[in-house]
Design a protein around this ligand. Sequence first.
Ligand code: NAI
Ligand code: MG
Length: 496
Amino acid sequence: MTLSINLKLPNGVEYDQPLGLFINGEFVKGVEGKTFDVINPSTEKVICSVHEATEKDVDIAVRAARTAFEGEWHKITPAERGRLLCKLADLFEENLLKMASIEALDNGKSVSMAKGDVSAAAACLRYYGGWADKIHGKVIDTEHGKFNYTKQEPIGVCGQIIPWNFPILMWAWKIAPAVATGNVVVIKTSELTPLSALVAAELIVKAGFPPGVINILSGFGKTAGAAISSHMDVDKVAFTGSTVTGRTIMKAAANSNLKKVTLELGGKSPNIVFDDADIDEAISWVNFGIFYNHGQCCCAGSRIYVQEGIYDTFVEKFKKRIKENVVGDPFENETFQGPQISQLQFDKIMEYIEHGKTQGAKVEIGGKRHGDVGYFIEPTIFSNVDDSMKIMQEEIFGPVASIAKFKTVGDAIALGNKTTFGLASAVHTKNLETALTVANSLKAGTVWVNTYNTLHTALPFGGFKESGIGRELGKAALANYTQLKTVSMNMNGAMF
Ligand code: NAI
Ligand code: MG
């Protein structure tokens, strides 16, 4: 199979899609010569096949990364690292429509939403580009005749494993802080969405990154992913995806070289609406909280708790509001919701919907497949959901909202915290005291007040409880990719 293919997209974008593994600055075939199909979730048809990385390719990529780390990359100044990241950000912006269209094709999100992802990815690259020459240690005085200082050193070869819900954005979240702090990277994309990262690989070459600094592999979790997390010469593994896989990766790290681990995992985030909230605005945020990206968000506001005074009105208005969520072709301008990512995810979500019905929750709207081609599901609202029900406890990762009623501030906090997850949460109210009491009491890495899903590169993001370890974004993410060295010098030669 060749290393690239010409693709013509429905919106007229035409380009050469790279298909190889990106190792040491060039596209290559996998050692075992394997390939796998990439599916368009809107049509269920094969877009193309890409070369597949197996354990041997991971090994080659890790060696390339190690060589770059000990060699050329080591000599590059922090300011130059920053310049390279900013250059890459510019190239992302120059290729905005192309990259967004590839995301629409491969992932199924609408081109307009995907443009947001590519812009946010560029902003992330530029933000960490800015940090590159502002990372430094301290001088710590202890006693006369001693000179002590600390340094923030890079960790080394970082393995990164990313999911399919935000393919290029997750790529940028992982690459940017790692490279800014002087690390090198072997990143594995999701087997469901490998295309946009391979186009980013071309931009890496164009930006002028030395070979081996960023290596990009298409491949499966159980083979390439497992090889990264258990590799003896990978110093750190960063993962975004399911909690189940996060556990597997942590075990692999523990059983190999005790590589550093950061995890950004699932959630079942509460979205709490009080009687005194602006009901129409709250509904807009609640809608965006659960149905954005077709419900495929780690921080999706999937547990909606509404105070009793407005509960019935809320449910009626919410039902009307979601009729405006246009479900359909990601290449149509007005589309808000595209298909789910795969047959497997489609089946899993439909099973949850059936479960909700069987357990006695009320389907207010939706609950069925949309159309008969592609993995489309109707936006679905369940009301009268009990918190013992599966649909209120487990991550559905689809366009399914579960609503329940509450009475007091105390009830809202108790219900909000009734989960093993702790990634995000939100409260909608006009009362400052209620907002602060709830915000300070929810056990979650992010609490939004009168908003939802408004992430920003400068704001740390990550999980309490089983939602993860470490923080992405903001200054906080630099800690994931640096290790502190203490140098303590005896200035007078005497022993005591
Ligand atoms: P997953 O967590 O298995 O896949 C995410 C990434 O991990 C992919 O790159 C995959 O190849 C890799 N991976 C899988 N098994 C691995 C292993 N043993 N070792 C190393 N890497 C491995 O998620 P999947 O199966 O695609 O989706 C299942 C569920 O996970 C979803 O329904 C959703 O609930 C959750 N999920 C959460 C995400 C988040 O952003 N927190 C993103 C994707 C899925
Ligand atoms: Mg795909």
